[in-house]
Write a protein that binds this ligand. Structure first.
Ligand code: MTE
Length: 325
């Protein structure tokens, strides 16, 4: 990392962490501009748990040139590990980005199960060992663009979501995939607050979920996913805003109807179901044209579909991206 003391954008809802504040402010149309609120970020001071190395790392058959072409690798500097592990959004623990790692430090995931059901021929509850056995974990180096206009480049270790869906076999009626985070306010104390409706929920259209870029991640930088980044398993869809990447998933359900999503429920005029990164569609309270890459000075231009246009644009042929934002 070139510089440890970068200015970071912090939207007011994160600053105040109060759902009622937000809803009242939205109703009154009185939120101050996001870009006006800055604070200092010092990644070296955050306490956190040490993650173990991953056992089942796979090597990919693809050359780097092929990985680049498919979007599995980006030719940009990786964000340093410490920043990825100490600057987080995970409201189940705290709304303060720099305190998530410490607040989530003792989160236990040993007996985890991921239940997959709904419109499938083979519903199944996966243990962690079964999840890891689905496929060797391959490295995917993806851009990550948060809706708040900061970004990182993260080397994930994971496997294509399509591999899991092939096991449960969606029926012909299935059109969407709904995701749910663990609900356990004892272990996730942020769930004792009403900052969001719990559990956190997300969703994808089935063709988005089947896309080769959509992965379930179980590691970062070759080590087990730490609690603050969504242990033991989280979604990564690199062409969408970061909030689609639901963490600590316990349930996935195939449905015929578009499922509700947490941020859309919270403020439907601000956060759509699709949430595709799009520099030409501004958030009602700030521009999405540029972003702050963590570790860089100055801003860079935000790319359509976060730079994955070649791979994913065809999913949205004929759709008005301003309506389906
Ligand atoms: N998943 C859950 N369950 N709870 C959350 O608060 N925050 C989202 C997403 N997934 C969130 C979540 C948001 S807003 C972002 S930007 C990314 O996680 C942040 O991921 P990171 O902390 O690993 O960078």
């Amino acid at each position: 990392m070139k510089n440890n003391s970068e200015d970071r954008i912090t939207p007011p809802e994160l600053y105040f962490g109060r759902r009622k504040f937000m809803q009242a402010a939205i109703a009154a149309g009185s939120i101050v501009a996001t870009a006006g609120t800055y604070r200092l970020f010092n990644p070296t001071s955050t306490p956190m748990a040490e993650s173990a190395p991953l056992q089942n790392l796979g090597s990919t058959e693809l050359s780097d040139a092929e990985r680049l072409q498919r979007g599995f690798l980006v030719d940009e500097e990786r964000t340093d590990e410490r920043s990825i592990l100490t600057y987080n959004n995970f409201y189940e623990f705290t709304t303060n980005k720099e305190r998530v790692a410490a607040a989530a430090m003792n989160f236990q995931t040993d007996e985890w199960t991921l239940e997959v059901g709904g419109l499938v021929q083979q519903p199944k509850s996966f243990s962690l060992a079964e999840l890891q056995a689905i496929s060797p974990l391959e490295e995917r180096v993806y851009r990550m663009r948060c809706v708040e206009a900061w970004s990182m480049v993260i080397p994930w270790n994971g496997f294509p979501l399509s591999r899991l869906l092939e096991i449960v076999q969606p029926t012909s009626e299935a059109r969407y995939l709904a995701f749910e985070t663990l609900f356990d306010p004892q272990r996730m104390p942020g769930q004792k607050t009403d900052v969001l409706d719990w559990p956190y929920v997300e969703g994808l259209r089935l063709d988005e979920a089947m896309h080769p870029l959509s992965i379930l991640a179980m590691g970062i930088y070759g080590k087990q996913l730490p609690p603050q980044d969504g242990a033991p398993v989280r979604l990564v869809v690199p062409w969408k805003y970061g909030f689609k990447g639901i963490k600590s998933i316990v349930k996935m359900t195939l449905t015929s109807m578009e499922p509700p999503t947490s941020w859309n429920r919270f403020a439907p005029n601000e956060y759509g179901f699709y949430a595709n990164v799009n520099p030409t569609v501004a958030h009602p309270r700030w521009s999405q044209a540029t972003e702050q890459r963590i570790g860089e000075s100055g801003r860079r231009k935000t790319l359509l579909f976060n730079g994955y246009e070649e791979q994913v644009a065809s999913l949205y042929n004929g759709m008005d991206l301003r309506v389906h934002f």
